[in-house]
Design a binder for this molecule. Structure first.
Ligand SMILES: NC(=O)c1ccc[n+]([C@@H]2O[C@H](COP(=O)([O-])OP(=O)(O)OC[C@H]3O[C@@H](n4cnc5c(N)ncnc54)[C@H](OP(=O)(O)O)[C@@H]3O)[C@@H](O)[C@H]2O)c1
Length: 257
């Protein structure tokens, strides 16, 4: 059974990846997110059968259940796309410990666990896409833990790519800038003081990011910055001191407030 696994498939980028993979002659796409009804609606749209795994990836027991599902079915995983993730905008002091830890659990721990448990089922030329962010390129005050979690995911993905190269498995880190048509920003702003980041310039759209990143993965690209703005962000943050980048983004956001 040839399959893809997509986490965060109930909305935004994850859902768009499922739609794009629908044309790739897979026997099944395994979709993971908490909102079951959203996944069921998506299943009505696609020709490829979706296996719905409605669960909260921050719960350790859930990771075991997914591992068991893999062991029971022994699929060949052509694509693994870890898109589940969330961020919180605001002062570190005001975001609850529970939310900060859940961010790390989902953005880092769950992505690592799912990648490792899926690895035995990924054939040579199989693709792993870890959805990181431009936030990985520099520390971002008031998006503090989120940007750190994405820096972790980016570093981890790049090293994993080198480790898996002899097996012919391709790992691509995808680093979008702001995305307009997802629930991410609305969810991130649900904090005590979201106005610390109130401008979301040069937003992109899911379809473009998905198209560019799947093309990048097919061509075994290491890091996909799907557009000019994320590309420039990556270059600038590799050339300039991060203290200067942080100052620049503070000034930018102060003007926007
Ligand atoms: N939007 C942006 O501006 C932007 C920019 C750069 C990078 N990214 C990254 O892109 C990825 C996709 O985000 P998006 O923009 O598509 O946001 P989104 O529309 O909010 O989608 C996030 C997905 O993650 C799932 N999810 C959240 N918490 C979960 C949990 N505890 N267990 C299982 N699934 C969970 C959500 O499903 P349920 O709520 O149904 O569980 C949803 O399907 C994220 O990793 C994000 O960090 C986003």
């Amino acid at each position: 059974m040839l399959i893809a696994i997509v986490t965060g498939a109930s909305s935004g980028l994850g859902r768009e990846y499922v739609r794009a993979l629908d044309a790739r002659k897979l026997d099944e796409i395994w979709v993971i997110a908490r909102r079951k009804e959203r996944l069921q609606t998506l299943a009505e749209e696609t020709n490829t059968p979706l296996r719905i795994l409605a669960c909260d990836l921050t719960e350790p027991a859930v990771l075991h259940a997914i591992e068991e599902e893999l062991a029971k079915n022994h699929p060949i995983v052509k694509y693994l796309i870890n898109a589940a993730g969330f961020g919180k905008i605001g002062s570190f002091a005001d975001i609850s410990t529970e939310e900060l830890c859940a961010m790390i659990d989902l953005n880092c721990r769950a992505a690592v666990a799912i990648t490792q448990m899926t690895l035995p089922y990924i054939p040579p030329t199989g693709k792993i896409l870890e959805i990181c962010s431009c936030a990985a390129f520099q520390p971002i005050p008031f998006l503090n833990v989120y940007s750190a979690s994405k820096a972790f995911l980016l570093r981890y993905s790049r090293a994993l790519r080198t480790e898996l190269a002899p097996r012919g498995i391709h790992v691509t880190a995808v680093c979008p800038y702001w995305v307009r048509d997802t629930e991410f920003i609305a969810h991130a702003k649900k904090t005590k003081n979201p106005s610390y980041l109130s401008t979301f310039p040069f937003p992109q759209e899911c379809a473009e990011i998905v198209r560019r990143s799947l093309r990048g993965a097919e061509n075994n690209v290491d890091v996909v910055t799907p557009g000019l703005v994320p590309f420039l962000h990556r270059i600038l943050s590799s050339l300039l001191p991060h203290s200067l980048m942080m100052l620049g983004s503070r000034v930018f956001h102060r003007i926007g407030r």
